[in-house]
Design a protein around this ligand. Structure first.
Ligand SMILES: [Mn+2]
Length: 315
């Protein structure tokens, strides 16, 4: 028996304005740009500035990290306090591609302000034995190492019990995450989660690595004389996490992914991350696109961890 014939509901097709066809024709002279114009128009790109920003990342006006408002101010103030007091800070990451790149972004980014291995450390759940998110046993372990502040990435929003437990041990927490919001804001030093934005906000779809990047960006803006490395050096990691996590690439997500892909390509000629450079080389040999690079790098790790799919997402 054949399945019933598809009953397609076709969206009405408004006609794009002539200026859009002219603009596309100037940028990319081809016999017809009408399909591209139609697609852009239907995606809501209906003024020259947003079309130009879509086509060229350098024309996009990125959103300030301070769009997170008071939560970003609290996060930066708490990190500055930790720095002034020489506190022991732990990054608590996650083991998927977004979580690992987020951990690396905080390790390198916060590492400009804290001494790695001395006042700054990181911890990741063991994928084979543990699930996503904060855990009592993990908190015990880092507490024994003198932890006074945890900065989560790609996880932590719904870990109410573990947050409470950490605080009883005298550990403060900054949550950076993009997973489902709990019914009440957790009682933490700062809570950065883009789900608090309206759906059409340019930061609404940030993945874990991109939230971590915005925190580092705010810290760079607050203490501009301290970092030795340019913030942009982190963008290749941001692109990998954003693309592998399959978030909707609109607004700042698309901008960060575009800039990150450009940065990632430089790893082929002038590698600063040997592991990433090696994976890129393998991708190139297999003829993958730059977008495919990120997805492949992200999923390569999954392929070697076959039990991961049985675990539920909780963080
Ligand atoms: Mn994620």
């Amino acid at each position: 028996m054949y399945p019933p014939a598809a009953d397609w509901q076709l969206k009405s097709q408004p006609t794009p304005s002539d200026w859009l066809l002219d603009l596309l024709q100037k940028r990319s002279p081809t016999p017809s740009n009408s399909f591209a114009a139609q697609l852009l128009w239907q995606r809501g790109l209906q003024d020259p500035q947003s079309v130009l920003a879509f086509l060229d990342a350098t024309q996009y006006q990125p959103t300030s990290p301070w769009a997170f408002g008071g939560e970003m101010e609290k996060a930066v103030a708490r990190l500055q306090q930790a720095r002034d007091r020489q506190e022991t800070v732990f990054i608590w990451g996650d083991f998927d591609a977004d979580g690992i790149t987020a951990t690396a972004v905080l390790w390198e980014g916060l590492g400009q302000f804290f001494e790695r291995g001395q006042t700054l450390h990181f911890t990741l759940p063991n994928r084979l034995k543990e699930s996503h998110g904060l855990s009592i046993s993990g908190i015990d372990a880092i507490s024994a190492q003198g932890c006074q502040l945890i900065v989560t990435c790609d996880t932590g929003s719904s870990n109410e019990i573990e947050i409470d437990y950490a605080q009883k041990l005298g550990i403060d927490i900054i949550i950076t995450d993009h997973h489902t919001l709990p019914s009440d804001r957790p009682v933490v030093a700062a809570f950065l989660n883009p789900r608090t934005f309206s759906q059409d906000h340019p930061l609404a779809n940030l993945s874990g690595v991109a939230v971590a990047y915005k925190l580092v960006e705010a810290l760079y803006e607050s203490l501009p004389d301290i970092p030795q490395e340019p913030l942009e050096n982190l963008l290749d990691l941001v692109a990998i996490g954003l693309i592998a996590d399959l978030v909707k690439l609109t607004g700042d997500c698309r901008y960060l992914a575009q800039r990150g892909l450009a940065r990632l390509k430089t790893q082929l000629d002038a590698p600063t991350r040997p592991g990433v450079a090696k994976m890129l080389e393998l991708c190139r040999r297999n003829g993958r696109s730059p977008y495919g690079y990120c997805f492949w790098i992200g999923t390569a790790y999954q392929c070697h961890q076959p039990d991961s799919r049985r675990r539920s997402r909780r963080g």
